[in-house]
Design a protein around this ligand. Structure first.
Ligand SMILES: C[S@@+](CC[C@H](N)C(=O)[O-])C[C@H]1O[C@@H](n2cnc3c(N)ncnc32)[C@H](O)[C@@H]1O
Length: 221
């Protein structure tokens, strides 16, 4: 069910907090310096129950990534997933693009530990999980054909830096505007343009939403 009656809608308090944080981080990235430690602590505590509560491998949870990938004209060879949590998005992307290598990062050591623990043998050579902050990525400029993120705030300075010219950004929200870490499309579009990314499409996938942009060939801001 999508819309106001959906049963999986998180409590109002959580949605307001998460959406306030997402807006703050998107509009004033310097605020992340203050938010980083408490955010990290929150997700370290949440990791143990994430899979049981959210079931992130569900097709509905991953729908925004899948729908946005349908829009790509060619398959990416190098993919970065930001805020991978327990790794469901990274596994899905690796299966969808069998020629790609996937780097997947998360702020939480516990989340990354859980992701590594369930990495299937057949994908182990193509997926690498690492503890890293999306606001300070340990990757060289212009490293990736695709940067994807699901239910995570945006950190566009670093995303634009690590994307190759012509590379794509996917911002997915599994519960659409009810997602706690939700950034509205209009704000994403404005920020993308400021960072040398062209918004391509926003879409809906059964109540989930995605936003797709492409880095232009020109210089970043
Ligand atoms: C709502 S969970 C989503 C997890 C996963 N993407 C999913 O949809 O199942 C948000 C995740 O983003 C991570 N996160 C938040 N801010 C981050 C940052 N600045 N850098 C890396 N990971 C971050 C958290 O640790 C948490 O695992």
């Amino acid at each position: 069910v999508s819309g106001p009656d959906r049963e999986d809608r998180p409590p109002l308090r959580l949605r307001l907090l998460g959406q306030g944080l997402s807006l703050a981080i998107a509009r004033a990235p310097a605020i992340w310096r203050i938010l980083r430690r408490p955010t990290q602590r929150f997700w370290e505590r949440s990791a143990a129950t994430w899979d049981e509560r959210i079931k992130p491998d569900r097709p509905e949870h991953l729908a925004p990534l899948a729908a946005a990938c349908d829009q790509l004209e060619s398959g990416p060879r190098s993919i970065l997933e930001l805020g991978t949590g327990t790794g469901a998005g990274a596994l899905m992307l690796a299966r969808r693009f069998p020629d790609a290598r996937v780097s997947a990062v998360d702020l939480s050591t516990e989340m990354v530990g859980a992701a590594r623990a369930r990495l299937p043998q057949e994908l182990a050579e193509r997926i690498e999980f690492a503890v890293a902050d999306a606001a300070k990525l340990p990757f060289a400029d212009e490293s990736f054909d695709l940067v994807a993120q699901l239910n995570v705030p945006v950190y566009l300075d670093e995303t634009a830096r690590v994307l190759k010219p012509g590379g794509h950004l996917i911002v997915g929200s599994s519960l659409g505007p009810d997602t706690p870490y939700y950034t509205p499309d209009a704000l994403l579009a404005r920020l993308c343009r400021q960072h040398g990314l062209d918004p391509i499409r926003s879409g809906d996938a059964g109540g989930a939403t995605y936003f797709l942009a492409r880095r232009t060939g020109g210089r970043r801001r």
